[in-house]
Design a binder for this molecule. Structure first.
Ligand code: 5GP
Ligand code: MG
Length: 181
């Protein structure tokens, strides 16, 4: 609590600097705008809470008309199998049926939550469903692989740029690895 920025720098080893993130996010936004260029009904759905900063920066570079909403999902049950269940603590009010939906994730680790969430969202019958993740640890085997990936990430516990540890560090403008101890 109440750590100064200097203390934070001692505890978090920077992996992706703010400039690198901003450059990559701009490219992703442009790629997404080009991919959906023939649509004017794109829905960008950000996963709570981790993707809020990514979403805010990304949408500034998606230069086609689109709407935004959020989805809050928590897994329960046997999450080590793809038959796990997902509970929505925020269910988007925006209609998904018949329109392209792009799900924005902060990070894909095991992919369990994402896998379950994708299955749930598919029941809403979007015209298409794709995933964009800022960070990908490349450990998961998803039925639906992310179409857009910001960075391959090391298999470490990452914080910053929306990612938290016990609700701390989300505000950091960089992504880093939390040091032990
Ligand atoms: P998964 O189901 O892919 O294992 O990850 C579920 C969620 O756990 C992610 O959406 C993210 O919120 C969180 N998570 C996974 N890896 C990390 C990490 O390295 N750092 C942080 N802060 N959260 C993570
Ligand atoms: Mg998350």
């Amino acid at each position: 609590m109440n750590e100064s920025m200097t203390d934070v720098r001692d505890r978090v080893r920077t992996i992706f600097e703010p400039d690198a993130i901003q450059r990559r996010v701009r490219q992703l936004g442009e790629e997404i705008g080009a991919y959906y260029a023939d649509r004017n009904d794109l829905l960008i759905l950000g996963t709570l809470k981790g993707s809020f900063m990514f979403m805010a920066d990304l949408v500034r570079h998606v230069t086609i008309p689109h709407e935004m909403d959020f989805v809050g999902a928590a897994s329960y049950g046997k999450s080590k199998t793809s038959s796990g269940h997902v509970r929505l603590f925020y269910d988007p009010v925006t209609t998904m049926s018949g329109r392209p939906v792009l799900l924005l994730e902060d990070i894909v680790d095991t992919g369990h939550t994402l896998q379950n969430l994708v299955h749930l969202l598919q029941t809403r019958e979007p015209a298409s469903l794709d995933i964009c993740t800022l960070l990908h640890k490349r450990k998961s085997h998803l039925d639906l692989e992310p179409r857009f990936v910001g960075f391959d990430a090391p298999d470490e516990f990452l914080v910053g740029y929306g990612l938290d540890y016990a609700e701390q560090y989300r505000y950091l403008p960089f992504v880093g690895s939390l040091k032990d101890g």
